[in-house]
Write a protein that binds this ligand. Sequence first.
Ligand code: FES
Ligand SMILES: [Fe+2]
Length: 384
Amino acid sequence: MNLKHKPFLKDAWYVTGWSAEFSNEKPKAQRIIGEPLVLFRRKDGTLVAMADRCVHRQAPLSMGRIEGDDIRCMYHGLRFNTDGQCVEIPGQDKIPTRACIKTYPVAEKGSWVWVWMGNPDNADTNLIPPVRGFDDPNWVLKSGQLDYQSPHHLINDNLLDLSHLAYVHADSFGATAGWSSRPPQTKLLERGVQVDRWVEGAPPVPPLPSLAQYQSVDLWVTYQFLVPGVFIMYTAMYPSGTAEVSEHSEPDQRLPKLFSNFTSQAATPMEQDSSRTFFTWGPGAEFDSIEIPAEAVAQQMIDVATVAFAEDKDIIEAQWKNLTVDSSQPMMPTAADKSVTLYQRIEERLLQAEISGSETVTSEPIPTEDIINIEQMNDELTGS
Ligand code: FES
Ligand SMILES: [Fe+2]
């Protein structure tokens, strides 16, 4: 499908920024799936999201002024309450009920602000992906964000298939061929996929003094990728040989770890061909020490991640240029694309359910005809 026209899920929570960005002082313009939004806080701190378009002459409300809990358009002065209803038209007594601006369900979780772009009746906050925020005592996190001139579908593909690490991030993350040599276990989730793998013989990154005695380590890496494009990954580092001892399955929780880290990343489409990613990364709080403060490690990790994401941006934007020149050529899936293909099927299924208005998605197995490792995948999907 031509990504210039590929539809986006609407019944989903999209990240639109960091909690600290929004205030009761100044409205802020945001854009999600091509829709202009304005966000601000009420006096009690709760968030408001509404269409960034005045009903009068369509001027952006983000150029307006917050007055109490209301927002005033600073073109001709119409004032709107947080339900989007116009409550004042200068020089006019009667206010038509149709003078009302669309509002969007908005929530805060994990230090991020989430907006539901679809039917407000379906906006269940339990569907916000289980990201970790700055308030989580188990992790010490730093954050960043990056804009891409490319469709968010390509960023999703990138995050779903980490076999690119050994090639795109050999310098930044020090990623080795271990990331692509052994296929991961991919599981189907209701709104995404889970991918688990061992990476054996990896260099210890970040190169902490406490890891200096290790030439190489084994990494247990498990991530969920959930609609509309949220990546949540846990990595635990063990001495070499642990993958073997664990029979390449989930390690026993009692095994002592050398290090662990957690990242949450969200790719939000702003327009059809432009996207913004938001990310946090950092070490487990249990690895905090006077010699190596976790805050400093988190900073080191987010600095490396920032370099790595610039590498992703380079290859994805170049890929998008190729696709823009000629979108007629089909993509050829490989074994590493299993999670990509599976996720795309789930996304498509949710989209169809949204379009047809059905409450639940079909439980029929996802067709697998164009996927490498068909048998293995069928076994997983049907539980046989
Ligand atoms: S465009 Fe908003 S008041 Fe006229
Ligand atoms: Fe990457």
